[in-house]
Ligand binder design. Structure first.
Ligand SMILES: NC(=O)c1ccc[n+]([C@@H]2O[C@H](COP(=O)([O-])OP(=O)(O)OC[C@H]3O[C@@H](n4cnc5c(N)ncnc54)[C@H](O)[C@@H]3O)[C@@H](O)[C@H]2O)c1
Length: 424
């Protein structure tokens, strides 16, 4: 274990490293695009000496990304982007086997969570990699002295991009950010198929419910909501969607779901999943209407989608009945079950997104870091899309890895598509 003793880190137990290493190897086999990038990075060292702080869910897929960045020459430090999503064995292996400092322990309290972010920032990052914009927020609010040294950052998720756009609009963002979430090869697959499957996986692991025949309410029909609805329907559940956006509501109707306001859905549902990126979606007035035994979970980024303080205030008692399941008893003896303390259930009770989709998300992350190293000086403090050539390249590499070939436009077709005079 060379160097581990000196490495600043805070993980649960370094003895867990062997298990974490095997899990990272398992995930790595399903990440062919990231592996190609890792090999090229190792040969070309495009990130030589660049200090990167990555605030991500510390999972086996994130471990593979951190290793790829390290192999590209970067000095990487990792902290958690959620107090409950860390895989402690992966954190241990990154430290012990790869000498990557990690500050993350599953179940850490709020103070520890923020102190871990602060420890990652002590590394004086030149690039920040966020999942929810907590690093950028900490730099701008508490560690302004670091701003001068940061060349740019990346953002992994919808909620983070929304926060960063708001910072840019208010003129407080101080360095350029690439919105990895907005790449087609990210949100079309990660948010939809990744969150779709892993959210159901988390609910099932926590409860062992049978979805067939259940009434499942999905709050929010964005990329994640579409995925969760599709998978719930595929398991035989009846699905109702709640929305505030009229276009998305029509889409949900035409995709075959019932659409109704939350006040109606509260009475109808057996299982509720919030994936809106907004706050207070399920409130006291809704908990009051729910059936005895209703199960409530969130898979949106922050734990503010369920108004749990309101439920606490209504309940006469609360106890834990299974791992990640809290039973709240209301005055009329009805019971409501809240999963994973309202934190993203796919990471709390399951393992987050499958590696196959994280392959594309993290290929985008790695290539956007390389892009920032080359181009940050030309960018201003705004939120930028992932360059189209990176996005398409990730798609091409993924197709290659699947052994799928597609057609090429003929010169005649290219000309036809580019010409306004054709088509008459
Ligand atoms: N669990 C995970 O692993 C994971 C993965 C990716 C994204 N996320 C998070 O999930 C959330 C949703 O992401 P997305 O990409 O689907 O976003 P999105 O913007 O595509 O969709 C959100 C939808 O919620 C709707 N909405 C907003 N307020 C609502 C309300 N009060 N009631 C009903 N619907 C409402 C919006 O109209 C929109 O259609 C974000 O917080 C994102 O960061 C989680």
């Amino acid at each position: 274990m060379p160097g581990t003793q000196q490495l600043a880190c805070d993980v649960k137990d370094l003895e867990l490293a062997a298990k974490g290493k095997i899990r990272m190897e398992w995930a790595g086999q399903w990440m062919p695009v990231l592996n190609l990038i890792r090999k090229r990075f190792a040969a070309e060292r495009p990130l030589e000496g660049v200090r990167i702080a990555a605030c991500l869910h510390v999972t086996s897929e994130t471990g593979n990304l951190a290793i790829a960045l390290r192999d590209g020459g970067a000095q990487v430090v990792v902290c958690a982007s959620n107090p409950l999503s860390t895989q402690d064995d992966v954190a241990a292996s990154l430290v012990r086997d790869f000498q990557i400092p990690v500050f993350a322990i599953k179940g850490e309290d709020k103070d520890t969570y923020y102190s871990h972010i602060s420890s990652a920032l002590d590394h004086k990052p030149q690039i920040t990699m966020d999942d929810g914009a907590d690093l950028v927020t900490a730099i701008l609010s508490k560690r302004q002295e670091l701003v001068a040294g940061v060349i740019g950052g990346t953002e992994e998720t919808t909620t983070g991009v929304i926060r960063l756009r708001s910072m840019a609009n208010h003129g407080v963002l101080k360095y350029p950010i690439v919105a990895v979430n907005d790449a087609d090869t990210k949100h079309l697959f990660d948010n939809r198929y990744g969150t779709g499957q892993s959210t159901i996986d988390g609910i099932l692991r926590a409860t062992n419910l049978l979805f067939a025949g259940l009434h499942v309410v999905v709050c929010g029909y964005g990329y994640c909501g579409r995925g969760v609805s599709l998978r719930a329907k595929g398991m035989g559940a009846h699905v109702a969607v709640t929305e505030t956006d009229p276009t998305r509501a029509i889409e949900a109707i035409m995709d075959g779901y019932a659409v109704m306001p939350m006040a109606e859905a509260a009475k109808w549902g057996d299982v509720f999943v919030t994936v809106t990126g907004n706050k207070s979606i399920i409130r006291g007035e809704h908990f009051r209407l729910m059936k005895d035994g209703a199960v409530v979970a969130n898979s949106g980024h922050f734990n503010v989608e369920l108004d749990l303080p309101a439920l606490e205030a209504m309940a006469v008692s609360k106890r834990q009945t299974r791992d990640f399941v809290d039973e709240y008893t209301l005055p009329d003896k009805r019971k409501i079950y809240v999963l994973g303390e309202g934190r993203l259930i796919n990471l709390v009770a399951a393992e987050g997104h499958p590696a196959v989709v994280m392959d594309m998300s993290f290929a985008n992350q790695a290539l956007c870091v390389e892009y920032l190293v080359k181009h940050a000086a030309e960018l201003s403090p705004k939120v930028y899309p992932v360059p189209a050539e990176i996005d398409k390249n990730v798609a091409r590499l993924k197709l290659d890895s699947l052994g799928v070939t597609i057609d090429k436009l003929t010169p005649e077709q290219e000309e036809y598509l580019a010409s306004w005079a054709e088509g008459t």
